[in-house]
Design a protein around this ligand. Structure first.
Ligand code: NAD
Ligand code: MG
Ligand code: MG
Length: 343
């Protein structure tokens, strides 16, 4: 691996850089839940900053975590990890965090959005850093509990104390990332590549592909149950192989027929036009167009957001999937990564 992409593992990291600090995790959603429970189990002194009577506060307390109002948590802490949604961070920062910040604190993010697009501009005497797990927050927890970890990025934006990188590494290690690999980047690179990945491949590209395949089979008269298994259920089984051993190991396991279809038909589906559109999406991320439009949607009441979310939930693929998954003998609420009542 090249020098610019150095990997840090637990053995390279001085954990005292986080064990000697008080950590306020602001928010208890996907990442707030995953990171704070791992920090606690790694021996860190952690509290959750939240609206005291909200739904998240009850979940956090039920898991044995201490909850404080955001303002108090900021005053109490040395390290403040902001894990509320990107679109609400600037307002909460101005009203509840900034007035309570002091020199030498470590203000941390899990995504560079607000710092990179200058929606939050912290004082120069506060350290600004990032620990960004490359996976969903619930998985940050489930992997840690399984003795594994989610690879994470760290970045330093400003460093008046001179040890922000060491603090970021120690924090990343405490959430389990030092078992998988920690990589250093910068706020610009993390923000732009993260947005691109989730829009074009991981979430947007994936869900559009799943639905297009499912709809094609159903519209041709095939059973929606068959379409679900072929176009959605098997996706994870294939991706697990790719994730563990690369595309080559996946191709080693599938039939020669499937492999020939993979290699010859794939490029007819993801055509040069698709890549052309990806480049356009990337330039809209880089110019700040996407960020501006997303914050406009948030500030005008999220009407389109809710409409699209509802449309997605009502798609036939979701109904069929729910029915089929209920037949799997090993799935129950106690072992699902996401249990909406608890995390
Ligand atoms: P989320 O939507 O799951 O967080 C919701 C939490 O924020 C809840 O505890 C809620 O009570 C609190 N909250 C919402 N609005 C609030 C307000 N106005 N005031 C106070 N608290 C409020 O968030 P998330 O998806 O975990 O994202 C948190 C950060 O982590 C973001 O910067 C995101 O980009 C980043 N990130 C998320 C993931 C992920 O897995 N979801 C992965 C990597 C990075
Ligand atoms: Mg993201
Ligand atoms: Mg097959």
């Amino acid at each position: 691996m090249s020098d610019e992409f150095k990997v840090y593992m637990d053995k390279d990291i001085d954990k005292s850089k986080i064990l000697d600090k008080k950590i306020a995790v602001i928010g208890f959603g996907s990442q707030g839940y995953g990171q704070s429970t791992n920090l606690k189990d790694s021996g860190c002194d952690v509290v959750i900053g939240l609206r005291p009577n909200g739904a998240s506060a009850k979940k956090a307390q039920a898991l044995g975590l201490k909850v404080m109002p955001i303002e108090e948590a900021v005053e109490w802490a040395d390290v403040i990890q902001i894990l509320i949604p990107d679109e609400v961070q600037a307002k909460v920062y101005e009203e509840q965090i900034k007035p309570h910040l002091r020199k030498g604190q470590y203000l941390m993010f899990a995504h560079g959005f607000n710092i990179h697009f200058k929606k939050i501009v912290p004082p120069a005497d506060v350290n600004v850093l990032m620990v960004a797990p490359k996976g969903p927050g619930h998985t940050v927890r489930s992997e840690y509990e399984a003795g594994k970890g989610v690879p994470s990025l760290i970045a330093v934006y400003q460093d008046p104390s001179g040890d922000s990188k060491e603090v970021a590494l120690a924090y990343a290690s405490a959430i389990g990332a030092g078992r998988a690999g920690i990589y250093e980047t910068n706020f610009k690179e993390e923000t732009e590549t993260d947005l691109f990945g989730e829009q074009c491949v991981l979430c947007g590209g994936l869900t559009a592909l799943l639905k297009a395949g499912f709809e094609t089979l159903v519209e041709a008269g095939y059973s929606p149950y068959m379409a679900y298994f072929e176009c959605l259920h098997e996706m994870k089984l294939i991706v697990d192989l790719v994730n563990q051993g690369g595309i080559s190991d996946m191709r080693y396991s599938i039939s020669n027929t499937a492999e020939w279809g993979d290699m010859t038909i794939g490029p007819r589906i993801i055509t040069p036009n698709v890549k052309q559109e990806m480049k356009k999406v990337l330039s809209e991320i880089q110019s700040g167009k996407f960020a501006t439009e997303w914050l406009e949607e948030y500030n005008s009441g999220m009407k389109k957001f809710r409409e699209l979310e509802k449309e997605g939930e009502e798609h036939q693929i979701e109904k069929v999937g729910k029915e089929l998954r209920s037949k799997f003998t090993w799935v129950d609420d106690s072992n699902k990564i996401i249990n909406r009542a608890k995390n």
